[in-house]
Write a protein that binds this ligand. Structure first.
Ligand code: KG4
Ligand code: ZN
Length: 355
């Protein structure tokens, strides 16, 4: 199994991982959250500077944790996009330097594909499933701070976007409403915690796009409803808990409403969930309930007649931005000989799409 060192500097985490096939050997993340908190969002030049300061230490630590050195690597992989241009540049320059110095093949990876394939990452344990047991077609649900989309996966690398947000991403909406409630940045996980103490039915948000037939999503209307309510009155502690619970519930109900529509139309065998918001336990539960409510949702495998299963990354760390998910994509590219021969060919693509 090829051993790959992967780098992700797409946004505000400097991450370096060592993977062997689909197995995560090390996955180091240096978070910049504290640096960006005072801006209430990610400041690109600050992110770039922090990546420059952190990247060498992250590489050394990832190798040390994996107990290997550069000589043992089969390839170097790096996120090409999407992301913040100055941030992406740091990882790409470093990956090129390493590839040249140690004469390793270089692999360019799409960050969204990293989130998409993150459920395939395997824990470093005694039993390693080296065979991919996936039953395509798969429905991938990507829910992050930058993206929210339903993707039909007919094979690794074969993606068709069925629907996506037409404005904010789900994580972005949670972060923006979190800012309105003074919950800091990023707010998704704080909202999840607050929601546990609140009533999700306290505030009724109108669900967006229920009359459209497509699988697209929209979160800006929910955000505006939230702003109007927050501006109207000063909320006490319990009311903030209720607000967090109700807003989170509305965001996830919208996703599940559209998921239900997808399931009514598309025949799929498995569902994968990835992205920062995928760490949320309530979202996972609601998606499982949505799948469970489909009585005739059977896999195509007539022998097993099993229900469609939801697969999530094996640990929360793999939901948010991390380099191990880049390593998973890189593994498939490596075995398909999809590597870069001329280093000058690799440049950042800040607005790179999945398809
Ligand atoms: O995937 P990610 O780390 O970065 C992007 O590629 O966008 O996602 C970050 C997003 C943020 O909006 C953050 O608030 C959200 O994921 N997030 C959560 C949770 N943890 C992170 N949202 C809801 N519940 C969580 N537990
Ligand atoms: Zn991401």
């Amino acid at each position: 199994m090829p051993v790959i060192l992967s780098i992700d500097t797409s946004c505000d985490e400097t991450s370096v991982a060592v993977t062997q096939g689909l197995v995560v050997i090390s996955n180091v993340i240096a978070s910049q959250v504290e640096l960006h908190k005072k801006f209430g969002g990610v400041f690109p030049t600050v992110a770039k500077q922090a990546h420059i300061e952190n990247i060498d230490a992250c590489i050394l630590l990832a190798l040390k944790k994996a107990q290997i050195d550069f000589a043992n690597l089969d390839a170097i992989a790096v996120t090409q996009g999407p992301g913040l241009a100055p941030a992406l540049e740091v990882g790409i320059n470093k990956a090129k330097q390493l590839a040249e110095k140690y004469q390793k093949p270089l692999i360019a990876v799409n960050h969204i594909e990293g989130h998409l394939l993150s459920p395939l990452a395997q824990r470093n344990g005694k039993i390693k499933k080296q065979q991919l047991t996936t039953q395509f077609p798969v429905l991938s649900i990507i829910v992050s701070g930058g993206h929210t989309q339903f993707v039909l996966v007919t094979d690794i690398g074969q993606y068709q976007i069925l629907g996506l947000t037409i404005d904010d991403a789900a994580g972005e909406a949670l972060d923006k409403v979190g800012r309105m409630l003074d919950l800091g940045y990023p707010a998704g996980s704080v909202i999840e915690e607050f929601a546990k103490k609140g009533d999700p039915n306290k505030i009724k948000f109108a669900l967006p796009m229920t009359t459209t037939k497509d699988f697209n999503l929209s979160f800006s209307g929910l955000k505006t409803q939230a702003r109007n309510l927050i501006e109207k009155k000063q909320l006490n502690k319990q009311e903030i808990f209720d607000f967090a619970a109700s807003f989170q519930y509305a965001v996830f109900r919208h996703i599940c409403y559209k998921l239900n529509k997808v399931l009514q139309t598309e025949k799929i065998n498995e569902i994968w969930l990835g992205g920062g918001v995928a760490a949320n336990i309530t979202l996972r539960r609601m998606i499982r309930e949505t799948i469970g409510n489909h009585k005739n949702l059977l896999t195509r495998n007539l022998k097993t007649q099993t229900k469609v299963k939801l697969y999530t990354p094996f640990e929360k760390k793999l939901c948010g931005d991390n380099a191990a998910m880049i390593g998973v994509v890189a593994y498939f590219k490596f075995i398909n000989k999809n590597t870069i021969h001329n280093l000058n060919q690799l440049d950042r693509i800040p607005r790179l799409n999945l398809t």
